[in-house]
Design a protein around this ligand. Sequence first.
Ligand code: ATP
Ligand code: MG
Ligand code: FE
Length: 342
Amino acid sequence: MRVLGIETSCDETGVAVYDSELGLLGDALYSQVEMHTEYGGVVPELASRDHIRKLLPLIREVMTESGLVLADLDAVAYTAGPGLIGALMVGASTGRALALGLGIPAIGVHHMEGHLLAPMLEESPPSFPFVALLVSGGHTQLVRVDGIGEYKLLGESLDDAAGEAFDKAAKMLGLEYPGGPLIAKLAEQGDRTRFRFPRPMTDRPGLDFSFSGLKTFTLNTAQSCRDAEGVIDPQTMADIAAAFEEAVVDTLAIKCRRALRETGLKQLIIAGGVSANRRLREKLAETVSVEKASLYYARPRFCTDNGAMIAYAGCQRLMAGQQSDLTILARPRWPMDSLPAL
Ligand code: ATP
Ligand code: MG
Ligand code: FE
């Protein structure tokens, strides 16, 4: 089965074709990040308009890259939520209409299920069951995954998501949006031990997270390091970034270890934008080695939003006989544990 995947939930327009026999045939991505940088975050109305501008050209690009014509497609998968409603509507209406015009099925895919399954696009993917750490701009969740659609939430952030914390801390240090990759880059030059940030909620049992306190801690640390002109010297900036990153990564690793022990499972997958973080991958590699478990993640391009993960997730559900009706599905909020099993 050959599936066109469309992702437009936030500020990336992603399109891909996944073939159940041959794998990924084509994948194109357009990031709006430069446009939103000026405003320090995603402006929903601008995001919707830019998806309209980019989506059809990207679909054409992917068809050419895949050596296919539209008639070669067997189905269309589009992100139906969660995300920005206007942005979702662009992908959903285009995907639904395209499928109707071609006389093929369409399916509305859950964006976080897409992230969760992205490591399956890599060589030697994990097999069910496993523990998944979803760490993105809007979510931080630990999930027990027994199969597609068999998700048990083990813990989640009670306030900011990990990616959101990265972005907010970056803003406090005067870095551009999205700050996650910039903090990570700065942290490479930093001394991870000069400042000691807290590891929130690790001193009590449970698998929930809280990252909003780290934001305040970053702000206070930055303020105390400003000189008379209000400037922080570059080395100190790097040291603060490193201390922040270390605290987030350490906290995530402590909870992942706990989740592996509590479930007795031996496979950990990480997905979502923050799973591209090098220090997180390093730290979790140590964690799984102590726990005699294995770690899985997607290539960096497929950690953040992309069409390939939507094409893949949609393909799995379609092959199991599921599809959506003619409704244009767009749900800003959509709990992942309400999804049907295969
Ligand atoms: P959601 O998937 O929850 O709806 P989203 O789609 O906006 O949110 P993603 O695209 O998965 O989120 O990830 C974007 C987030 O990942 C941003 O917060 C960004 O700062 C963060 N991020 C990306 N690369 C890195 C990195 N190397 N280190 C830390 N954070 C990173
Ligand atoms: Mg994004
Ligand atoms: Fe995402």
